[in-house]
Design a protein around this ligand. Structure first.
Ligand SMILES: Cc1cc2nc3c(=O)[nH]c(=O)nc-3n(C[C@H](O)[C@H](O)[C@H](O)COP(=O)(O)OP(=O)(O)OC[C@H]3O[C@@H](n4cnc5c(N)ncnc54)[C@H](O)[C@@H]3O)c2cc1C
Ligand SMILES: Nc1c(O)cccc1C(=O)O
Length: 492
């Protein structure tokens, strides 16, 4: 089959009825749910881009195995050109969503492609697991499906591991084996976009302790698998607010959900790992799923930070405050943050790691540096928007006010910006900024940037330890070596 259109993606959603709970009620048809309609449209646009002459050759390629045209996320990069082809895809999708949708289809399709190309890691534990992930990759690639994932345990007692929780099945674990497959029970979070995806993949993130064997699980099932319950968080916009009033929140609400597995059957051919704590802790670092997806998230994060920075620059200009030193200083800081991420991506794409399989991976040091910087830089961009927007952020009328003939004169007179910026233009800019720095929608985007790739504190500690292990810090030795402590520095 190969690449899908947006209509085919939507028909796929209509062909099933997952168990989705939203604001205390069960969703009957996800495409009829107003909260999901705009995000579905935004994802459908990404699928349509694959058929658009402007993008098709940039973001898709002909699969050498099947001869079908497939998305570049499924490309195992073997050359710098392959890496640039993936970069082009990430950038096209990020620009289409301003980097505000973190879990667009390319993200998990890159994860799956890494699991496929490094399936040999699973081979030594259980060759069937390796075969299963290879077959699953081909299934998702050839059907161009959209995955969600949930790899974090629900936030119960973080001081205890899974097997020490009050109930053995709060965290997702294996209940029993059957001839058909595993029966699994318990919860995982935070499955972003789960209600509007086709499949869910569960894989392991390091942190398993001895005794956690039953929780060491990696598998994938269709999103409408019997017994899988999708519990959505409170929506951050009700789907009825206008594009004028909420230009971003009304388009890019990325629903998050806890997945509860009520004795779900996982067929054996969909089991990628289980009952092995060592394999569970090593899957993330040993199969490229820490590194390759970081290329996608780095490009997406760059576009998001760049977007917030551009909004801040235009906001300041619209009310003439970018003539002041303090504002220039803050905006200069954001621009330098954007340029830092842009430069780090280039370094990552130049300083690659080449695996024995021939797969090339963008350099882990610059990618992990991006992962450590964005959780600081993006909240700072939000703060700068708040500082520059000041009271104007709380003083935006609605599109309905501008549409009312009785008010339009006041609207244009009292809401105008600097000379040349009409009332409507200034208000629209301030609404863009408010969606990013004021709305719950914008606060989620900030929290996303902090935590989407794990706890930044612990990630930075892992980065430091890996860096210390791999680097020699020669300059210190050089400095100490030139001085023979018995020699006077300057000969008399
Ligand atoms: C908007 C958003 C979208 C997300 N989307 C997804 C998704 O699609 N799929 C997915 O699987 N996950 C997703 N995540 C979850 C994300 O991976 C987690 O938020 C992240 O791993 C941190 O875990 P936590 O949120 O449970 O925080 P916790 O681990 O509960 O941490 C809470 C606080 O306690 C501290 N803490 C907790 N445990 C320790 C410890 N052992 N040592 C030191 N400090 C500790 C942390 O530093 C933090 O300050 C998403 C998160 C957000 C915010
Ligand atoms: N995707 C991730 C997640 O959901 C939680 C923690 C880490 C990651 C990741 O890809 O690094």
């Amino acid at each position: 089959m190969g690449i899908r259109t947006g209509a085919q993606y939507i028909n796929g959603l209509k062909s099933r009825q997952p168990e989705i709970w939203l604001s205390g009620r069960k969703v009957t048809h996800v495409c009829d749910e107003v909260v999901f309609q705009q995000p579905i449209r935004e994802i459908a646009k990404l699928y349509d881009m694959q058929h658009d002459p402007e993008y098709q050759d940039k973001i898709t390629h002909i699969c050498t195995e099947t001869g079908e045209r497939v998305n570049n996320a499924f490309l195992v990069p073997k050359t710098h050109e392959d890496l640039q082809a993936r970069r082009a895809l990430f950038e096209a999708y990020a620009k289409a969503t301003f980097g505000l949708m973190g879990r667009t289809p390319d993200f998990l399709n890159v994860v799956l492609t890494s699991l496929f190309s490094n399936a040999s890691f699973l081979e030594k534990y259980n060759p069937q697991w390796a075969e299963n992930i290879r077959a699953y990759y081909r299934y998702i690639r050839d059907n161009d499906l959209f995955l969600t994932h949930a790899i974090i345990n629900p936030q119960n007692d973080r001081s205890k591991s899974s097997h020490e929780q009050q109930d053995p099945f709060i965290h997702l674990g294996t209940v029993k084996e059957t001839p058909q497959g595993l029966i699994v029970r318990g919860a995982k979070m935070l499955a972003t976009l789960a209600p509007i995806t086709d499949e869910v993949i569960i894989y392991t993130f390091p942190g398993f302790k001895p005794g956690d064997e039953r929780y060491a699980l990696a598998f994938a099932v269709p999103i409408d698998t019997p017994g899988l319950r999708i519990l959505c968080r409170e929506p951050m916009q009700d789907g009825t607010r206008s594009l004028f009033d909420h230009p971003l929140a009304s388009r890019f609400e990325e629903m998050d959900a806890v997945l509860v597995f009520h004795d779900v059957l996982v067929p054996w051919d969909r089991v990628f790992l289980y009952n092995n704590v060592e394999a569970a802790n090593l899957l993330y670092p040993k199969t490229g799923i820490a590194q390759q997806p970081a290329h996608q998230t780095g490009v997406r994060g760059l576009i998001k930070l760049q977007f917030a920075t551009e909004v801040a620059v235009r906001l300041a200009d619209s009310i003439g405050v970018d003539v002041y030193l303090n504002v220039q200083n803050d905006l200069g800081e954001l621009i330098q943050a954007v340029e830092s991420i842009r430069a780090l991506l280039r370094i990552a794409e130049q300083e690659c790691d080449v695996l024995p399989s021939g797969e090339i991976m963008p350099g882990w040091v610059p990618l992990e540096t991006i992962r450590g910087l964005l959780p600081k830089m993006y909240p700072r961009a939000v703060e700068v928007l708040q500082i520059i927007g000041a009271g104007g952020l709380l003083m935006s009328p609605t599109g309905a006010d501008f549409a009312n003939p009785e008010l339009v004169e006041d609207m244009e007179k009292y809401f105008a910006g600097r000379a040349g910026v009409s009332g409507k233009e200034r208000v629209r800019l301030f609404k863009l900024a408010w969606d990013l720095c004021g709305e719950a929608f914008g606060q989620r985007l900030l929290q996303y940037e902090r935590y989407y790739t794990g706890d930044p504190i612990r990630k930075r500690a892992i980065f430091f330890n890996n860096y210390k292990r791999e680097r020699s810090f020669d300059l210190v030795d050089d400095a100490l070596s030139v001085l023979d402590l018995n020699e006077p520095v300057v000969k008399a």
